[in-house]
Design a protein around this ligand. Structure first.
Ligand SMILES: [Mg+2]
Length: 355
């Protein structure tokens, strides 16, 4: 079994930190992000506000009572989303295996980071620095061989913290941990576990599997796995690929027939990228930009998706023939793409039986 490198990134007091970043008058003050109104709840609280006991999801009126001097700010999700996009751009410098949990939190599988860094720790250090640079905000990071440990680790040195659970440290890390830290263990389960004398993760690991399963059913099995630091769940990236494309701008504008060599090169590049995809793209797209910046696209969705580079190239060159501008038109750019990705049909064999 190969050891994975999972990083969990969690922005510190995200919405409140964005507000403090953007309005100097809020810095170092207890800031509560919440809608106005008697029934509203706290969306986020700055660390200064947390010192008064204010927490996310608490009724805003309670927060007000706990800290009458707190500054209340209504949430502005369009701004938070823009920052979220910035931090995702940072993530994608390192890996495309990014699973967001919310606007400010994500798992990253950096076992083979495309940034070429050699350890998850190095990636996490780089990401924290790059987020600070790009967004002027702090993020905490956890590094571990799996998702659940990475998430616990990111919380370990919060705020502005970094913590790694190395494979050799997993057992020692989990041994004294309160059971409530385990994913899936809410207040009720926590109470049942502690009433059974199981207060720490170490105690669960030493407990009899039979008793755990009889008390907690299937979750008992999961508890045993977690207590041993086992969690095979994958980092599921946010959105499967919708399209893959490549384009090139020419040194000097070309006639249509002179674009063929570039189309061949681009088809090769696109095909190589598409072969790494678990799904197949069904539509081939050719894009051209004329010397006066008009963009023309031609696309074709064959009955059978392109299954080889030569399929792709043949379709792209057919699309080139369908460009019916004046022959003297010159082009400054050409692009080739595959889009409309969907799951591979697994029942083609069965279909042929009935043909
Ligand atoms: Mg956060």
């Amino acid at each position: 079994m190969s050891v994975r490198q999972i990083v969990h990134i969690d922005m510190d007091a995200f919405y409140a930190s964005v507000e403090q970043r953007d309005d100097p008058a809020l810095r170092e003050k207890p800031v509560v992000v919440a809608w106005l109104g008697n029934r509203s709840v706290v969306c986020a609280a700055s660390y200064e506000a947390r010192r008064f006991g204010i927490r996310s999801a608490m009724p805003a009126v309670t927060a007000r009572r706990m800290c009458p001097s707190a500054i209340f700010v209504p949430p502005d999700f369009s701004r938070y989303r823009a920052v979220s996009q910035t931090i995702h751009e940072v993530f994608h410098r390192h890996t495309d295996l990014v699973e967001p949990l919310s606007l400010d939190e994500a798992y990253l599988d950096v076992t083979q980071p495309k940034s070429g860094l050699s350890t998850g720790l190095e990636v996490a250090i780089a990401i924290r620095a790059q987020i600070r640079e790009a967004a002027s905000l702090t993020a905490s990071a956890g590094i571990a061989p799996n998702k659940f440990l990475a998430k616990i680790a990111s919380d370990w040195r919060k705020p502005d913290g970094l913590f790694e659970v190395r494979p050799c440290d997993v057992q020692a890390f989990l041994e004294p941990m309160p059971v409530g830290k385990l994913p899936g263990v809410g207040k009720v389960t926590e109470q049942r576990l502690t009433q059974s004398g199981l207060e720490t993760v170490g105690a669960i690991r030493r407990a009899s599997p039979g008793i755990l399963e009889s008390k907690f059913g299937r979750f008992g099995k999961r508890l045993i796995e977690l207590s041993c630091g086992v969690d095979e769940s994958e980092v599921v990236s946010e959105r499967p690929t919708q399209s893959i494309s490549a384009e090139d701008t020419f040194e000097s504008d070309l006639l249509l027939e002179e674009t063929t060599a570039t189309i061949e090169r681009l088809a090769n590049r696109v095909w190589r990228a598409a072969s790494g995809e678990p799904r197949v793209g069904r539509t081939v797209v050719l894009k051209l930009k004329t010397s006066d910046f008009n963009i023309i696209t031609r696309s074709h969705t064959p009955e059978r998706p392109p299954m080889s580079e030569s399929d792709l190239l043949r379709i792209a060159l057919n699309l080139q023939l369908r460009v019916e501008l004046a022959p003297e038109t010159r082009y400054r750019l050409v692009g080739v793409g595959i889009s409309n990705f969907s799951d591979v049909e697994v029942d083609t064999d069965q279909l042929t039986l009935f043909e």
